[in-house]
Design a protein around this ligand. Sequence first.
Ligand SMILES: [Zn+2]
Length: 280
Amino acid sequence: MPELPEVQAHAERLTEQFRGRTLTGFRPITFTALKTALPEPADAYGHQLVTVGRRGKYLLLEFEPVTFAIHLMQGGRLQPDEKQAAKPRGGQARFLFDDGPALLLTEQGSERRAGVWCLPSNVALTSPPLDVLGPEADRLTPEQLAALFEEHPNQRIHGFLRDQRSIAGLGRRLANEVCHRGKISPFAMTRKLGLDGASAVVEAIVATVAEGLEYERSRPDMSSSKDRPGGVHGRTGEPCAVCGDTVRAVEYSGYTVSYCPTCQTGGKVLADNTTSKFLK
Ligand SMILES: [Zn+2]
């Protein structure tokens, strides 16, 4: 799933390409693409695209009256569309402009969860679905993060980092990378981390996001997850680049927690829950 660096760099790319273009149409291709009833997308027709912003993992197509919030979920993409085929592969919705290419939202795979929310621009950030998002992950001070740990005392740090209501922008991949870079067990409880733990996590988030952004900005289009930089995510069984220990994983349905025992858990190899449940 695209996370903060991928979405941010893509927002910058789209701003470069589409800013100032006048919207002439919004065409949902599937019934589920548009998630809101009011305001209507037509309210933006005749208005110029001010910018493409970002909040958490949402892209924000900002027009003066309305803002389109777009979530790409797992396999979604929002890309210039020269051809405007009648039935584009994985097509979800299309934005039409006065001249030049359209913008096409596609989602590959069968999940069909990507979507578009049309929000009044003056209250976009406080409207659903953006209203429940926590603060931007890379803008936190250690004190703010420590306060959030106190508000959410009973979460594992890996789960906390992925929970968009706690902090916004990180997902499964960056949660793995932040814990590794911060030398923190992914299973550490938030209530036990304190200000020192919060400082380590803030430093790790800032460095990890900066690394991702630098990579992402060097590319003409959004990367695929296997190409993104990192130390542990998707590297189970490989040697840790920091210490040489073997990167381990705990599997859950839908995601994998990857970690280095020497860097993060005092050398302890955590039980793989996919097998250890039979031992209880
Ligand atoms: Zn290591």
